[in-house]
Design a protein around this ligand. Structure first.
Ligand SMILES: Nc1ncnc2c1ncn2[C@@H]1O[C@H](COP(=O)(O)OP(=O)(O)OP(=O)(O)O)[C@@H](O)[C@H]1O
Ligand SMILES: [Mg+2]
Length: 335
């Protein structure tokens, strides 16, 4: 069990407020993902939860108990960092056993815990190896194993996969999701820049900007019902197209937003007309960049290999009611 309650939390470095009035209720067993632009305070929030940073004001409760002044090692929290820094001269077993040794855990109990974690993470055959003889993904699993052996109530991950190549990231993403399923009472908080990780791993995503929470919701809630222009532009890749001026007037809005995957190509009766300026063929999808006279090119996503060449004149329309209207304050308006 580990419910987390963050109330009116502020973090200041001198006069600089890095976290402002953070309020979050995280339920035991939830997988929460923090996203937001670089410098918005994701790592700082994670570090205040772990106790590596103090809280300037407000409170952090774990299972109803205020832990602001509880030492990091006594919070039942384990953190996995981007740079997993294993001890190079220790075997995988010793790396994983290290924190338990420091706690004077009996030897046979250490062995049991390390072996159980190794099995969960498919590291059993590597226990006698040194980190330098492991792949990046295996090293990252050892870093997670170091955390697991401590039976944490809360797992904190700060961009744990960003040093791995694309294929390994996908594999580790699935492994962390499976780890979460196998530890149903362990709360996990995960920071990432990766849209796919956020959308696929999170029970709920917390979007931060300038040290403030912008929106909290399930991935689909944020994707379908962003509460601001900022969240609309931040969730989804490629990002939502925003049109203003006469383009938005047609929709009686200050700004109209349409996701690239919600624009269809049309001929005569299209809503917008323009010239293709660039295409990117990814195999599975084609991204079409077109100038419709709105200032910035719009991005259109077509499935498969769309036979569109730069220079062609094409019409574009939003699919059905898949468009988002925003007022002059960047707040959503009902369609
Ligand atoms: N010790 C410190 N003293 C002063 N300012 C700090 C300190 N640590 C962090 N900051 C500032 O706090 C802000 C938030 O930093 P933080 O590392 O939490 O951002 P982040 O969201 O994790 O960014 P990134 O995505 O780049 O990792 C930044 O503007 C940073 O410069
Ligand atoms: Mg960070």
């Amino acid at each position: 069990m580990a419910d987390l309650k963050i109330s009116n939390l502020y973090k200041r470095y001198g006069p600089v407020e890095v976290l402002k009035d953070i309020n979050l209720d995280i339920r035991s067993g939830e997988f929460i993902v923090f996203v937001g632009p670089s410098g918005c305070g994701k790592s700082t929030l994670l570090r205040t939860i772990s106790g590596l940073e103090s809280i300037s004001s407000g409170s952090l409760e774990i299972d109803g108990r205020v832990v602001n002044d509880v030492a990091p090692s006594k919070r039942g929290i384990a953190m996995v960092f981007q740079s997993y820094a294993l001890y190079p001269h220790m075997t995988v077993f010793d790396n994983m056993a290290y924190s338990l040794k420091l706690l004077n855990t009996p030897k046979d109990e250490i062995r049991k815990k390390v072996e159980a974690a190794a099995e969960k993470l498919q590291l059993t055959q590597y226990l006698d190896r040194l980190p330098k003889a492991l792949s990046g993904g295996q090293r990252q699993r050892v870093a997670i194993g170091r955390a697991i052996v401590r039976d944490p109530r809360v797992f904190l991950f700060d961009e744990p996969l960003s040093n791995l190549d694309a294929a390994l990231r996908v594999q580790m993403r699935i492994e962390i999701a499976e780890l979460h399923e196998s530890l149903p009472n362990t709360t996990m908080i995960y920071v990432t820049h990766d849209q796919v990780e956020a959308m696929t791993m999170a029970d709920r995503i917390v979007v931060l900007k300038d040290g403030e929470v912008q929106q909290v919701g399930t991935p689909i809630e944020l994707y379908e019902r962003p509460n601001s222009l900022f969240v609309a532009g931040f969730i989804g890749s490629p990002k939502m197209n925003f049109l203003t001026g006469q383009f938005a007037e047609k929709y009686k809005a200050h700004t109209v937003g349409v996701r690239p995957e919600h624009i269809e190509l049309a001929n005569g009766d299209a809503v917008w007309h323009g010239k293709v300026i660039h295409t990117e063929a990814l195999g599975s999808d084609t991204f079409i960049y077109a100038d419709i006279g709105s200032g910035e090119p719009i991005v259109v996503r077509q499935r498969g290999n769309a036979p569109i060449t730069p220079g062609s004149e094409i019409g574009f329309s939003p699919e059905g009611d898949h468009f988002h209207r925003f007022d002059q304050n960047g707040r959503p308006m009902a369609n």
